[in-house]
Design a protein around this ligand. Structure first.
Ligand SMILES: *Cc1c(COP(=O)(O)O)cnc(C)c1O
Length: 396
């Protein structure tokens, strides 16, 4: 009898996150080739004869560096169940693609239905993108994330857009419940998964049709790349998104795609430390008189915690903490005094950052509202720095 030498097939479904992230999307090992091949800088490829089956023809259509990153993202968002990822130039490029191109208009010219947005989502979505959608003939309605308020707007909708936890308010909605209600109303469901990353939340497993994210934040985590993606298990939706990307030209650069893929290997380490730091910071803030409205979904006392604990994964509630100091001056003193906290926008980086959101004018927040993004520094160092800066900021 000859022994069975066929290696067991790896579906990737059982691996733990830390194991999955270091190999996601890598090609099969080839002697004398790198584990993660470098970026393919190509506007065009050698393209003989018949082009119909060519995997790579022109650089706006496809690129092998994107292909590998997309395989990794699909594996992280949907382990064990086939899915397709489409990478974009930025989070907004991915979000715009979904809101403009999904779903396909009904063939019989029937009304297309309206889009339901979170009123408190990432400010460009209920802001500039809503305006753009309306200018192009879409009807848009919006309700807050908290309390699943968007459920009341689903009658006649074509697409429900969720963002949970919401940025910057950190409210949480029930993806499973809202997805079921949207599907019953005939609408597709997309979730902005930027803040949790696929390690903190898997919207497709909770019933969403699309998980969409900015890769600029915690996914890549070094504050040096802009990137976005959408993942779906529906090949027809993925096809529409690829057609949109090629037509709008909203493509990621090969270097960015490669940097993003390289960063995934540390995603588990980074998000675990960031989540632990964010929780320690939130607890220290809550214990400080003069600090109001501390929000972090990992805080047991947070109004969103019970729901977040049910639908988020691995105790990973993200790196963002929101809180309010008495006024603008106190917030500015805090940001100026904290030595381990860079004053910067965005979030999810390895270095702790924070900003007074009111300086942009786009979010409905008090003047002393601070959005804080915990990095991967030592927890005790970070909390000590926070306490000192708070003492200084609140002293007068
Ligand atoms: C930053 C962000 C976006 C936009 O992503 P870009 O990569 O900056 O275009 C979208 N959604 C959320 C929740 C974000 O935080």
């Amino acid at each position: 009898m000859t022994p069975d030498t066929t290696p067991p097939e790896d579906t990737g479904a059982e691996a733990a996150d830390a194991t999955r992230v270091v190999r996601a999307g890598l090609p099969a090992p080839e002697p004398y080739e790198p584990a993660l091949p470098g970026p393919a800088f190509a506007a065009h490829y050698h393209l003989p004869g018949d082009v119909t089956a060519a995997p790579y023809d022109y650089g706006r259509d496809a690129n092998p560096t994107w292909t590998r990153l997309e395989a990794a993202l699909a594996e992280l968002e949907s382990p064990g169940v086939p899915a397709e990822a489409v990478a974009f130039a930025s989070g907004m490029a991915a979000i715009t693609a979904v809101l403009m191109a999904v779903p396909a208009p009904p063939p019989d010219g029937a009304p297309r239905g309206h889009v339901v947005l979170p009123a408190d989502g990432y400010n460009l979505v209920p802001g500039g993108l809503r305006t753009l959608l309306e200018e192009h003939g879409s009807e848009v309605r919006a309700a807050p994330t908290a309390g699943d308020a968007q459920a009341a707007l689903l009658d006649g909708a074509r697409l429900l857009w969720l963002e949970t936890p919401s940025n910057p308010g950190l409210d949480v909605c029930d993806i499973r419940r809202l997805a079921a209600a949207a599907h019953a109303a005939g609408a597709l469901v997309a979730v902005d998964n930027t803040l949790p990353t696929p390690l903190g939340q898997r919207p497709l497993e909770l019933g969403a049709d699309l998980s969409v994210a900015s890769g600029t934040k915690a996914l890549t985590g070094h504050g040096d790349v802009l990137l976005g993606y959408a993942v779906t298990r529906d090949p027809a939706l993925a096809r529409r998104l690829r057609t949109w990307r090629k037509t709008a030209g909203a493509i990621p650069g090969p270097m960015e795609a490669w940097l993003a893929h390289r960063s995934l290997a540390t995603l588990e380490l980074r998000t675990a430390r960031q989540a632990a730091n964010a929780l320690a910071v939130a607890e220290a803030l809550r214990a400080t008189p003069g600090v109001r409205d501390v929000r972090h979904p990992g805080l047991p006392s947070d109004p969103a915690h019970a729901l977040a604990a049910r639908q988020m994964r691995g105790g990973r509630y993200g790196c963002v903490v929101a809180f309010t100091l008495p006024d603008r001056a106190a917030a500015e003193r805090f940001l100026g005094a904290a030595r381990l906290v860079d004053e910067a926008t965005s979030f999810g980086g390895v270095r702790t950052t924070a900003e007074r959101r009111g300086r942009w004018g786009g979010d409905a927040v008090p003047e002393g509202f601070v959005r804080f993004s915990a990095g991967v520094e030592d927890t005790a160092d970070l909390v000590a720095d926070l306490r000192e800066a708070l003492a200084y900021a609140l002293a007068r």
